[in-house]
Every structure is written in structure tokens, then in C-alpha cells.
Ligand binder design. Structure first.
Ligand code: B3K
Ligand code: ZN
Length: 888
């Protein structure tokens, strides 16, 4: 909680090297929920790179019991405590500090530091949680070797885990026992972890490609051992993949994953002891959907890949967060794509990434919390674990690969590790490794790290039939963002292909280009404000396919005609652009329909959808040469949030009405085809989460949702039967969602679902989430759901399932004209802030785009923001978000 009046802003430019480096850390824990004693013995030595002799330690919400330097107790006059820092001035060059502190894990509802979940102890230290455990120079550029002694009651906490290797364990008498762990690798404090719990594990000995054997464990609460197979399989796949793709081997003899039900985010890459939200570990066909399975694979991979990108090479300071996160997201994306293995499967993962960017990152880049991939300042670092740092950061890493090729990228990675293994470095060091390993000048590329905002690339084309030239003229601009009025040109790779009238790719001859003969996609490098690219020997006016595979995180403007888009939608060999053409066709129409609804006072009575569009949808739906997964993506209309981003003044109800009209019209017009595909894409037999089966289920369930927009008796029956007969959670929950969304009486089915899964927390989260996001659920209904005995604000998954799904995924209800949902938002930001500031700050972000709404809504949103901002007791986390939202 804020104690002083104004929160402090930290600037990247103010970085100074630590005055002291830590060599070894010995931690002793006497674990007790109410009163845990932490003994910490650190050896420090003055850092020759610094001139200061002041030892600066961080500590928060802990009670200092004893402090000794080089064996002698320090009197309170020999050090200063100021807020959360403890300073020992003019210390000797070599120092041993012995620090004893107390904390109360059971009272720690922030889930940062040492806390209790369902009676067990867990830690979360990134970014600055270690200081809630003991006094320490809690900054990522201080890397040290750790030895950890854990002592606890044996009956209550039979399992004692920490980083690295178990070197000793035994009994202490009076029912207590101990375990001593040693991590052979130097690490920053944010990677420290301990678990003391009643847990069971699935374990396996696994042989690395080098022949070395390692022990893999997945730890869960009793009763969940039937849900660990997929996480274990994903872990083994990750280990293998990193060996094969990047030559990176697991450096430990033991690697553990622990699942915990109360967790602020997805998972945490603590060295050798990854701690996971149960959501990204536990799965069996009965309880988990295809999306859950894919999430487990991605997050297990992500945390495992951090072992090299993040742990072995870490960040110098938190401004460099994307150095590890952007790179590791890119790695997990590539891993998931390689696991599917087919080109079309890879494209489906790419399309999903583009959707995430548009749904969440582009709005962030255009809103009050906009920041560069490498931010220049922050108040609370936890607010900067964002889609910009993660997903846009991954796009930036992907662009290196696009520019230097896959082999070149590997060379860059190799050089990066050769130079920086064991170090804490900057984003610039990664860029330098990529440049040097490939003999490329990547200086201008730095602007992707320093400039915020989504660049807009505008394309124009001209064809000279006589000279047989086709020119693509690309220009770029980037809108002003918070604190950055003018932007310099970015280095943008724009992958391009040209389609003939018959829909075939033309072989390309780019003037001055160095591409292979006969290439049908080339990467244009846009580095100036405007550039002309000329293709020669072009026999007919082609249809350009620009930004293939979404080669850069930009908004592409090109005046496509409907005919060109239809041509691309049926022929583009690049699946991402093929999908994109469909999205453009839909978006144009959705925007027009939305305007018509608004003009008609909200009515959809006179709306029309052209046959051309419906026929194009029909063609994709029934094209058996296309993967079901691709067809599903091609048929999903842009979300209400993505539509909103295209409008100067957002009218959420009109958007919803227009989109629903479009879905209803497609559902009615394509009824026979939807039904046929529904039946053709069944997946009988044992459930398997593989991409082909998941794609079939996705397409089938999309068909069902279209049929259920305005269902007749037969369609209702279809959904009910699917619900009753489903052999897996994907089909069961899809059927239930389609019923809830149709407005049909879903009550008995909801009840049945709840009773079946009452003891499965993750499924009950789904139960809340599907109701919260239904356009038929208003704020009153959400408040009623909050009265349900299964609801609690204290568990982040539960709070997110109901509150966040309502405020973020139910725009037409969240923006109800009377502003009642905004009041609800303010109330729960405040309530959550008292429990868990990190979770509260995420909820606070829900009002970021308030300036884009009609004046009447804006005024109500502003009032809600001011209500939160005006609270006397507010965390820095929430304060930063609402202050920035209210700033001009
Ligand atoms: N590194 C952690 C995120 C920590 C968030 C701290 N507020 C998970 C990840 O990105 O792998
Ligand atoms: Zn990460």
C-alpha cells in the first residue's frame, strides 16, 4: 500500500550498476503460516564497476529481527530504513550480512512473496516479491548462488522443494522435518522459489539427447494426478524441441513443475522449480477443452524455454523485460507451431497470434498505457507485464527471423549465448548478436524497442502494361503516443506475393532484389518514410498479397476492391492473407451495418447482407481441401472489440446488433451447409487434443453457434443432445455456451453442469466465465452470480472468470447506457485492490479506452475512473493505471 502521497516513477535512463554484488546466499526458513522466520546469510563484495560503498537492500512487509555485519550486530544507527530500502553506508569491500526477519504468509493475499494457498506454502518473486521474504538487493542484475534450508511440520507439509538439487533431508524431532537444496547456477532473486506442501507427483526419468538422464516431476494436490499427463508430455516435448531447434540442453538434473490454485498469472519460470497456475497444468478430456490443452503446451514450453532465455541470460533491469519475454513468447509460438508440424497448422497458430495482437495489443498501443517494447519509465513494474512487452515483443523477435532467415536467426542465438551466458543484459545486446552473427546493420531496428504505437503502412500500386512493371509504393507513419509525439521510420519487413488472374502465385523479379530465382514471396524492407519497389516481367495486372504471414506488427492500409479481396480469399497461397482477405470483407460490411444500426436508433429492421459475401462464406465453409481449423478461423467474424477499434466513436450496442444480424443472416442462409459440416466434423472415439481433431471440433462448434443464433426446435435439440452426449469438455461447454447465447432456457443445463463439476475448480471457473460473457447477462445478473457460494474475490482465477469476463468480453452489457456496469467496475477495482493489487490493476485496465465512446458514456466512465483515483488508500499498481487513463 502507498504510504507516501505520490508514487515514484522509475526511469530507464537512471540505471546505475549495483554497488555490491552478492556471491552466495544461504537461506533458512522456519515455515509457519502465521510467523515464518527467515534467516538470510549473504556474502557481498563491492562492485568494481561502481564507485559507491553503500549496500542497498530492499524489504517490504517484513519485520527485521536481527542484522549482523561481518559477525557484529548492527545498531539501528548504523543503517537507515527508508520506505522499502535499507542502506548500510560506507561498508567494507567484503561483507557477510546475517539478516533475520519475520513474515506472516497466511495473511499475504497479494500472492507476491511467500504465501499460503489451500494450506500450502508457495512463493512468487518476479518481479519484486523476494523483498517480501527477506532483505536483499532485489534487482535482476545481482546474480548469486543459493543454498536453501527448509524446516516445517512434516504431517502438514510433507513435501519441501526449492531450486536446484536436493542435497540433504531428514527429521528434526517434534514432528518437524527439513530439506536442504542447492542451486548450482547463479541466479537473480526473482527466480528464487520454495514450495512446502501436501502434494503428490507424477515423475519420470528422461534421457536427454546427450545421453544424460534427468528427473522430471509434476506436483499437484492429491486427487489431481489424473490430470498431469499432458503437462508431462508437453515438458518432454519442450526439452526435445529446444535441443533440436536451438541446441539448448536442460542444465539441471531435476526439473519440477508445481501447480497451485491461487496464482496471479499463468506460471513462473523459477530455476528448476516452475510454479504454475493449475489452469496451465491440469487437464483431462472430461475437464479441459482443446484450448486448455493448447494453453498447457504453450505455457509449459514457455516456462521451460525461459531456462535459457531469461534464467541463464537474464535482464539487466526490468525495462529489459521483453529481452526475455518477447524472445520466450516467440520461442513458445514456434514450439507450438512445430508441434503441429504442417504448414496449414502453422498458419492457424499464426492467425491466432494476429487475432491476439489486434484484440489486445493494438488497443494497448493506442491507449493511455501505451509504451515501447522496452519501456522508458514505470511506477509499478507489475503493470508492464503487458501484451506489448510479451506479444509485440515476440513480433519484434520474429522480424529478426524474417530479416535474416531461420539459419541466420539460429546463428544470432548462438552468438547471444556465447557472449552473455551467466549475465544480465539488455535488449540491445540481443540485437547486436543478431546483427553481428549475420553481418547486418540493425541499427534502425532499434526503433521497434524505443518507439511505442502501431505503425501504419500504406500501400499503393501501379501497373505499366507496356513495360510490364508492377510497382508497390509503401509508406509508413506512426501515430503519436503517450510522451512520444513524433516517430522516426521503422525498419519494417513486408512480405509480398503477386497473384495472377487465375489465382496462381507469379514468380517474382524484384528490381535490385537478392531473392532466389522463381521465388513467389519476397520480403521488402521498408526503412524510409516512403519507398517504391518495382517488380519486372509482370505480364498481367496482378492482385498483390501484402504483409504475408503478418510479417510485421503493423496496420496495413491498401484500397482493395471487393473483387480483389474475394480473389485473395479464394486463392491466396499464403493462408494468413487468405484469412485476412475474409476479415477485410467482413469488416467493411460490419462497419457499414453498425452505422446503419446507429442511424436507425438501434434497430436492425432494414439491414441487408449481400449475396456475394454469403457465397464467399459458403465457399470456404464447404471447401474440403482446407483444414477444418482454418475454415473455422475464416468464418469467425472480427470480434466486437476489434470492430470497435476501427471506429472513431464506439457504439457498443450498435456493433453488437450489427454483428448479431450478420451472424443470424449467415446462419439462416447457410443452414444446410452448416448442418452438413456439423455432422461431417464429428470426432467419435477416444478424445485426443491433436490439432486435426481440435480443428474439427472447432469448426463443428462454430457451425453449432451459427445455427443457434436464432434456433428452431431441431437446432435446440442438436445443442441439447451434444451437451448430454459429449465425451469431452470442448463439446460439452460449446453446447452450453451456444444455449446461453441463444437466449434459450439454459437454466437446467447450467445447473446440471455445475453439479457435475462442483469439485473441479477450473470447470467452475468456466461456468462463471460463460455466463459472464454472454450478451444476455447484464450487470445485475453478474452481481447475483457473485452471491453464489462458489464465488470468491480472493482467488484470481475465480475473480477473473466472472468479473473480467464481464468487463472485457461482454462489451454490449458492460457499456449499458445507464453506466451501472461502470459503477460495478469501480466498486470491484477498489475491493480487489485491498486484497490483491496486481489483479486489481489488471481489472483497472478495462477502462483504458474510455475516450473513444460517445460523450454520455464517456462522462460516466470518467466518473468511475475518478471514483477509483480519488480513494485515499490505493496501491501504486491501480493508481498508475487510473492516473494514466485520466491524463491527457
Ligand atoms: N515471468 C513470469 C511473469 C511474472 C509476472 C510478475 N508480475 C511468467 C512468464 O512470463 O513466464
Ligand atoms: Zn515469460
Amino acid at each position: 500500500m502507498r504510504t507516501d502521497s505520490s508514487p515514484q516513477t522509475i526511469y530507464r535512463k537512471d540505471y546505475t550498476a549495483p554497488a555490491y554484488l552478492v556471491e552466495t546466499v544461504e537461506l533458512g526458513f522456519d515455515l509457519d503460516p502465521d510467523r515464518t522466520v527467515v534467516a538470510n546469510r549473504i556474502t557481498l563484495r563491492q562492485n568494481p564497476a561502481s564507485r559507491s560503498h553503500d549496500i542497498v537492500l530492499h524489504g517490504e512487509e517484513i519485520e527485521l529481527v536481527a542484522l549482523r555485519m561481518n559477525g557484529k550486530p548492527l545498531a539501528p544507527t548504523e543503517y537507515q530504513v527508508d520506505g522499502s530500502t535499507l542502506t548500510i553506508r560506507k561498508a567494507p569491500a567484503k561483507v557477510v550480512l546475517e539478516i533475520e526477519t519475520l513474515c506472516a504468509p497466511v495473511q499475504n493475499t497479494t500472492l507476491s512473496g511467500l504465501y499460503v494457498s489451500n494450506g500450502n506454502f508457495y512463493t512468487q518473486c518476479e518481479a519484486e516479491g523476494f523483498r517480501r521474504i527477506t532483505y536483499f538487493p532485489d534487482r535482476p542484475d545481482v546474480m548469486a548462488k543459493y543454498t536453501v534450508m527448509l524446516r516445517a511440520d512434516k504431517a502438514a507439509y510433507p513435501v519441501l522443494l526449492s531450486n536446484g538439487n536436493l542435497i540433504e533431508e531428514g527429521e528434526l524431532g517434534d514432528g518437524r522435518h527439513y530439506a536442504k537444496w542447492e542451486d548450482p547456477f547463479k541466479k537473480p532473486s526473482y527466480l528464487f522459489a520454495l514450495v512446502a506442501a501436501r502434494l503428490v507427483c507424477q515423475e519420470e526419468r528422461y534421457t536427454l539427447q546427450s545421453g544424460r538422464e534427468v528427473l522430471l516431476q509434476v506436483w499437484v494436490e492429491e486427487g489431481n494426478l489424473d490430470k498431469t499427463d499432458y503437462a508431462m508430455q508437453s515438458l518432454k516435448n519442450s526439452i526435445r524441441w529446444d535441443e533440436e531447434r536451438f541446441g539448448l540442453e536442460l542444465d539441471l538434473d531435476r526439473f519440477m513443475i508445481v501447480a497451485v490454485g491461487d496464482f496471479n498469472m499463468g506460471a513462473m519460470e523459477n530455476k528448476g522449480l516452475n510454479i504454475f497456475n493449475t489452469k496451465f497444468v491440469l487437464a483431462n478430456p472430461r475437464t479441459a477443452t482443446d484450448i486448455d490443452y493448447a494453453g498447457i503446451e504453450a505455457v509449459v514450453g514457455h516456462e521451460y524455454f525461459h531456462n535459457w532465455t531469461g534464467n541463464r541470460v537474464t535482464c539487466r533491469d526490468w525495462f529489459q523485460l521483453s529481452l526475455k519475454e518477447g524472445l520466450t513468447v516467440f520461442r513458445d509460438q514456434e514450439f507450438s507451431a512445430d508441434m503441429i508440424g504442417t504448414d496449414s497448422g502453422r498458419a492457424v497458430t499464426r492467425i491466432d497470434q494476429v487475432r491476439t495482437l489486434r484484440q489486445a495489443q493494438f488497443p494497448e498501443d493506442a491507449g493511455p498505457m501505451s509504451h515501447p517494447v522496452r519501456p522508458d519509465s514505470f511506477v509499478e513494474i507489475n503493470n508492464f507485464y503487458t501484451v506489448t512487452v510479451y506479444e509485440k515483443g515476440a513480433e519484434v523477435v520474429r522480424m529478426y527471423q524474417t530479416l535474416v532467415g531461420r539459419d541466420g536467426f539460429r546463428k544470432g542465438m548462438d552468438l547471444y549465448f556465447k557472449r552473455h551466458d551467466g549475465q544480465a543484459v539488455e535488449c540491445d545486446d540481443f540485437r547486436a548478436a543478431m546483427a553481428d552473427a549475420n553481418g547486418r546493420d540493425l541499427r534502425q531496428f532499434e526503433r521497434w524497442y524505443s518507439q511505442a504505437g502501431t505503425p501504419i503502412v500504406t500501400a499503393r500500386t501501379r501497373y505499366d502494361a507496356v513495360k510490364r512493371h508492377f510497382d508497390i509504393i509503401l509508406s509508413q507513419r506512426c501515430p503519436a503516443s503517450a510522451g512520444q509525439a513524433d516517430k522516426l521510420p521503422f525498419h519494417i519487413p513486408v512480405a509480398v506475393g503477386l497473384l495472377s488472374a487465375s489465382g496462381k502465385d507469379l514468380p517474382l523479379v524484384l528490381e535490385g532484389g537478392k531473392h532466389a530465382k522463381g521465388a513467389t514471396t519476397v520480403v521488402l524492407e521498408l526503412t524510409e518514410q516512403e519507398q517504391i519497389f518495382r517488380f519486372r516481367h509482370v505480364d498481367e495486372r496482378p492482385t498483390p498479397s501484402i504483409l504475408r504471414d503478418f510479417s510485421a506488427p503493423v496496420i496495413l492500409e491498401y484500397d482493395y476492391t471487393d473483387d480483389e479481396l474475394l480473389h485473395l480469399f479464394s486463392h491466396d497461397s499464403d493462408p494468413v492473407n487468405r484469412w485476412e482477405a475474409g476479415q477485410r470483407l467482413a469488416m467493411e460490411r460490419l462497419l457499414k451495418l453498425t452505422a446503419q444500426v446507429a442511424a436507425a436508433g438501434g434497430s436492425d429492421a432494414n439491414l441487408k447482407l449481400d449475396a456475394t459475401f454469403i457465397n464467399a462464406q459458403r465457399a470456404v465453409l464447404t471447401d474440403e481441401t482446407l483444414d477444418p481449423a482454418f475454415r473455422e478461423l475464416a468464418l469467425i467474424l472480427p470480434s466486437e472489440i476489434i470492430i470497435a477499434e476501427q471506429m472513431d466513436v464506439v457504439d457498443p450496442q450498435a456493433i453488437h446488433t450489427a454483428r448479431q444480424f450478420m451472424r443470424r443472416t449467415i446462419g439462416a442462409a447457410l443452414k444446410p451447409e452448416l448442418l452438413a459440416q456439423y455432422h461431417a466434423n464429428q470426432t467419435p472415439g477416444a478424445y485426443s487434443p491433436d490439432a486435426l481433431s481440435a480443428g474439427k471440433r472447432a469448426l463443428k462448434n462454430l457451425c453449432l453457434s451459427y445455427l443457434m443464433v436464432a434456433p428452431d426446435m431441431a437446432e435446440l435439440k442438436l445443442a441439447q443432445q451434444q451437451f448430454e452426449k459429449a465425451g469431452n469438455m470442448t463439446d460439452r461447454s460449446a453446447a452450453l455456451v451456444s444455449m446461453i447465447h441463444s437466449g434459450a432456457e439454459a437454466g437446467p443445463y447450467l445447473k446440471n453442469f455445475y453439479e457435475d463439476f462442483e469439485s473441479e475448480a477450473l470447470v467452475i471457473d468456466k461456468w462463471f466465465a460463460m455466463q459472464a460473457a454472454a450478451p444476455t447477462t447484464d450487470v445485475a445478473a453478474v452481481r447475483k452470480l457473485m452471491q453464489h457460494p462458489a464465488f470468491t474475490l480472493k482467488n484470481p482465477n475465480r475473480a477473473r472468470s466472472l468479473i473480467f469476463n464481464f468487463t472485457s468480453n461482454n462489451p454490449s452489457q458492460f457499456h449499458a447506457a445507464d453506466g451501472s456496469a461502470y459503477e460495478f467496475w469501480a466498486e470491484f477495482v477498489i475491493k480487489l485492490d485491498a486484497i490483491n493489487p496486481q489483479v486489481a490493476a489488471r481489472l483497472a485496465r478495462g477502462m483504458d479506452r474510455w475516450r473513444r465512446y460517445a460523450p454520455a458514456l464517456q462522462a460516466k466512465m470518467k466518473r468511475a475512473l475518478e471514483k477509483v483515483a480519488g480513494r485515499a488508500k490505493l496501491s501504486n499498481d491501480v493508481l498508475e493505471v487510473v492516473t494514466k487513463a485520466l491524463e491527457n
